[in-house]
Design a protein around this ligand. Structure first.
Ligand code: WTA
Length: 660
């Protein structure tokens, strides 16, 4: 766990600005406390009220929380609804039909927009197309798509017919895609010919072909291909279908499949502490409730806002704050295909000005890299662009260091926009701990206080709450509607991972370390407590990287650890023992490059170790366990303070300590 002192040195407090708090959904700390008190007084009543006010139910629920099979909690279980109906039909019926739903800006700057009426029509056409292919309620569909309006259409169309989608980030390799398709037993894969990012084309269809050829994907009957670039693709007549041909003659209306609130809306794979990614399964009713509510509470979304979340639909942030949350509240949102540095590192700021973005949500990594780039190149500094439309700015995915927070607040927010530093996870479905822009005094580096209804606290190894000021494990004491329901196909792992017996089996274990401030009770997240790394806001299991490395025929053994990195938050350092002689000099550099490329092929380019060091051996305890703490110290270049008397070959410390 990183030292707590290092993240708590920023003590300045920034009160909510008058501009931000005027008409805020939750205005002032008294309003916040009143909601917190309501949830404490009558937990189920609180959630039932919000679920009735926020969503439209086909069949009203009578049961609120069903804990009879804990920790497999159910929410609003006898209620029925449809997620896509709640997001789209409701907008069309409520006077938002001609409102712009999505402003899509392509990598090359071309802009396309759709209204809510058009979006609904396209979702219906595609939903009908899926039905025409025989897709049924509850079947799984893997979506391997670029950032595109069609990506949202595909997700919402699945929701419309009750199919469970599993979106796989376009940066994942064929092998990772294969594992996810096989684990979900998907009946169809939706992809595109190519994905355009930073002026480069990534051949998604070819990668999907490769994934399907790897075996274990016999359940897949159709591959539906959206033509994005017109790039050349191989074609399998028996299996492949063009999106535009399939939807051509489909009716523009489609009766939704009414599903129970617990019906699995999606599965999203994420990294855990073993090699195999976990299929986090989310519900329909509870999930959508929280997606919509947090849009209103945390982003204070109003009808005239222009919302922009820069995440990819392949990650949970893109599910909750692109595909579902914004549409559920009838927002106009920006969707961006490209990267923040193409064609120049002022692209984000330029786009905020061009589209009049009012609420902006991005990752600390992006902020840190843009700080660096704009220091080198004044032309791309935020002050060169018109950012006056902004009123709220947010971050997600990793801790934001106070320096980056202050830069963001001053340079992007112009000192007038509250920064909502939102803590949450794939598993939580939506934001959990976050400032409210019209209420919470901000402290840089702290995600401040749990949202109303979220019973977060910090406990020790035995599950006892620790006093403020002391570090411990972040837990949530009560189930909440948007929580994951299980791990797809592995309920035992769900129980063991999130409701461990060591903590009494009752509380949700987040996997993060946290500390609360003595005076304010504010939470600061101090990093993961398990073997999960956070590189540029992407979750990576050290075991995943190790399995990828040892799958290489030249590698005998490997251990991966994280090291703090100025830009990416954490960076992966891998220690490798080859089956042949330990390489040195140029040979070592060359093999390290080959292994980095290997990891990119096994998992995806974002998982490449920043550094690879070779040893004749790895440091192990007498019982043969790899001494990871020691490796972490070596990766950081720290002096070794651990007891190394049990090491058989102490010379390897010199070998592994050498940074090349
Ligand atoms: C980290 C992303 C500090 C944390 C939504 C968590 C954060 C993991 C924050 C989940 C934050 C996310 N401050 N750390 N504001 N937000 N994290 O599943 O370690 O991709 O457990 O979900 O990111 O990552 P995931």
């Amino acid at each position: 766990m990183p030292a707590i002192e290092s993240v708590l040195h920023e003590r300045r407090v920034f009160p909510p600005s008058a501009a931000a708090s005027a008409n805020a959904a939750i205005f002032g700390m008294d309003a916040y406390r009143a909601l917190v008190a309501e949830a404490e007084r009558d937990y189920e009543g609180f959630w039932a009220r919000l679920a009735r006010e926020t969503l439209e139910w086909r069949k009203p629920f009578s049961s609120v929380l069903d804990a009879s099979d804990a920790p497999f909690y159910k929410w609003f279980a006898d209620g029925e609804l449809n997620v896509s109906y709640n997001c789209l039909d409701r907008q069309v019926q409520n006077g938002n039909a001609e409102k712009t739903a999505i402003i899509f800006e392509a990598d090359d700057g071309a802009v396309t927009t759709v209204t809510y009426r058009e979006l609904l029509q396209r979702v219906c056409e595609f939903a009908n197309a899926l039905r025409s292919r025989g897709v049924k309620k509850g079947e799984r569909i893997v979506i391997y798509m670029p950032m595109s309006i069609e990506g949202i259409v595909a997700m919402q169309a699945c929701a419309r017919i009750g199919a469970t989608h599993s979106v796989v980030f376009g940066g994942f390799s064929a092998k990772s895609l294969n594992e996810r398709i096989a684990d979900a037993s998907a009946v169809a894969v939706i992809t595109a010919d190519e994905q355009m990012r930073g002026g480069r084309a990534i051949p998604l269809k070819n990668i999907a072909d490769e994934a399907l050829a790897m075996g274990g994907c016999d359940t897949v009957k159709d591959v539906i291909v959206y033509r994005r670039s017109g790039g050349k693709v191989a074609w399998n007549e028996a299996r492949d279908l063009w999106w535009h041909e399939l939807t051509e003659n489909q009716p523009g209306t489609c009766e939704p499949e009414w599903v129970g609130a617990e019906h699995p809306l999606y599965i999203l794979y994420t990294s855990g502490s073993t090699g195999k990614p976990k299929g986090v399964q989310h519900s329909s009713g509870g999930y959508l409730l929280w997606a919509a509510l947090t849009m209103k509470w945390v982003f204070d979304l109003k009808p005239k806002d222009v919302f922009w979340c820069t995440a990819d639909i392949g990650w949970v942030t893109g599910h909750t704050y692109i595909a579902y949350g914004p549409t559920a509240v009838g927002a106009t949102q920006i969707m961006f295909e490209g990267t923040p540095t193409y064609p120049h590192a002022g692209r984000f700021w330029e786009m905020i000005g061009r589209h009049g973005v009012t609420v902006f949500y991005t990752a600390p990594t992006a902020i840190r890299s843009l700080i660096k780039l704009s220091a080198a190149e004044p032309r791309v500094q935020p002050k060169r662009f018109d950012l006056s439309s902004l009123r709220i700015i947010g971050t997600v995915g990793e801790p934001i260091n106070p320096e980056a927070w202050i830069w963001y607040y001053e340079n992007v927010g112009g000192g007038r926009c509250p920064v909502v530093d939102t803590w949450w996870q794939t598993e939580t479905g939506g934001q959990m701990i976050s400032p409210l822009p019209g209420a919470t005094p901000l402290v840089p580096g702290s995600c401040t206080l749990p949202l109303p209804g979220i019973m977060a606290t910090v406990v020790d190894d035995a599950g006892a709450e620790v006093p403020p000021g002391e570090g411990g494990m972040l837990v949530v004491k009560k189930p909440w509607p948007a929580m994951l329901r299980t791990i797809w196909g592995d309920p035992e792992r769900f129980k063991r991972t999130y409701f461990p017996a060591e903590l009494g089996g009752q509380v949700y274990l987040a996997g993060d370390g946290a500390v609360r401030d003595k005076d304010t009770g504010y939470f600061t997240i101090v990093g993961r407590i398990d073997d999960v790394l956070n590189v540029s806001g992407h979750r990576l299991g050290t075991m995943e990287i190790e399995s990828a490395l040892v799958a290489n025929p030249d590698v005998a053994e490997a251990a991966a650890v994280g090291r703090p990195d100025e830009t990416t938050g954490e960076a992966v350092v891998a220690f490798v023992v080859l089956k042949r002689k330990r390489p040195e000099g140029d040979e070592a550099t060359q093999i390290a490059d080959e292994l980095r490329a290997w990891v990119a092929k096994e998992i995806g380019p974002f998982a490449k170790p920043k550094e690879i060091r070779f040893g004749e051996n790895l440091p192990k305890t007498r019982s043969g366990k790899i001494m990871r703490r020691l490796l972490r110290s070596l990766a950081k270049g720290e002096a070794i303070t651990q007891d190394v008397s049990t090491l058989e070959n102490a010379a390897i410390l010199d070998q592994l300590g050498e940074s090349r």
